[in-house]
Design a protein around this ligand. Sequence first.
Ligand code: NAD
Length: 451
Amino acid sequence: MRLSVIGCGYLGAVHSAAMASIGHEVIGIDVDARKIASLSAGEAPFFEPGLPEILSEGIASGNLRFTTDMAEAKGAKVHFIGVGTPQQADGYAADLTYVNAAVDALLPYLNPGDIVAGKSTVPVGTAAELAPRIEAAGATLVWNPEFLREGWAVQDTIDPDRLVVGVASRPSTGSGIDDGSDASTSSATDPAEVLREVYHPAIAKGTPFIVTDLATAELVKVSANAFLATKISFINAMAEIAEVTGADVTQLADAIGHDVRIGRRFLGAGIGFGGGCLPKDIRAFSARAEELGRGESVSFLREIDAINLRRRERAVHLVVSAFDDGVVGKKVTVLGAAFKPHSDDIRDSPALDVAVRLKGLGAEVTVTDPEALENARRQHPQLNYVDDRDEALRGADAVVVVTEWDEYRRQLSPEHAASLVAGTIVVDGRNCLDASAWRAAGWTYYGMGRP
Ligand code: NAD
């Protein structure tokens, strides 16, 4: 099928290449000429495992092209919208400028019968507002939220754990779960059926395909992120209690995680969540709920956010209080800049926030990261960056682990690290090091929510 993907960032570039890899003919469109030049040359403009391979394969096969010219969307059957929806500069709500601009730019090139599939994460009610403009062009709007995880984005896009498609005023169909058995024979007039054809390979493998109304599809995405954020802040709240009682939050998480109703995943206490999604999505959800007169229903999200931000402060406090005479002039090496491993994304990165705060307190901060230094340098030029991990560790008075890359978690031996530094203080902001091994190697180890 001919597809266009509008917005070629972390979501859209991967979506474009992944859709080409399953046999569609894809045109990726973005207003950022540099990004398009890089993608057209088969080079991923950001770090995402597996993306370079499917990108060059798609371009070589002729199935995948990129352009800044929206006119090239003409002729595609489905137009995916994957532009950014950042937090507004002066509040918590989502900034829908890019979504509106993308839709406006696309309208002149829509053919009757086309489908516009929103993938960006938007406040509930956005699709209903956009729909009349798209319907006036004879096209149909559906909302098809994206659940990919950066670092696993290629796999998550080709082989998602579920597919959700919100359509306008569709009569209820029981559970809403289609089994995909008739995907190849569909008449392709029903927009949900067209989306089912797009995702046919995944559906044929048994991926649940859930058809909802527009509002439900929008809410599925933000509620999933609200739940994940809540789970992380829950365990971080337990870490705060553990810190004043001498308990160990990692043992607590293991013990409660054995309960299948709770589960161990996303119960890692540390410096909390960040990135281009969870923080802004829970804030936008709060703002939207307020607008709907239901602010109290999600007022807990304010606390989730507050707990999350307090943990960064806690990590900074651990570093400062590790020295008898404070942190001014101390050499602190920060291991990690990306908001999580397997990504170069530094949007709202707790790791960089810790680094910036320590610098603000007068420490001489050196940051290293396997993938995110270029982005970090651009955003925080005031910090000192060193590409080589061992070089970054040399002469440090204290080390802070803030992104749990394997390079630090598994591949850095505490004995080797001790041979490089000037002072053996380590703050494990992700509870990802083997505390006893580090202590045995002579380090003074501080974890989050651990004695
Ligand atoms: P991003 O900033 O990496 O990419 C957005 C892209 O849209 C940029 O390349 C930008 O140049 C482009 N753009 C902006 N206005 C445009 C326009 N008018 N026409 C064409 N292109 C335009 O953001 P992202 O991380 O890819 O996120 C995009 C959306 O997907 C957001 O709503 C986000 O919440 C959602 N989402 C992201 C992820 C993720 O892990 N990154 C996961 C699920 C959902």
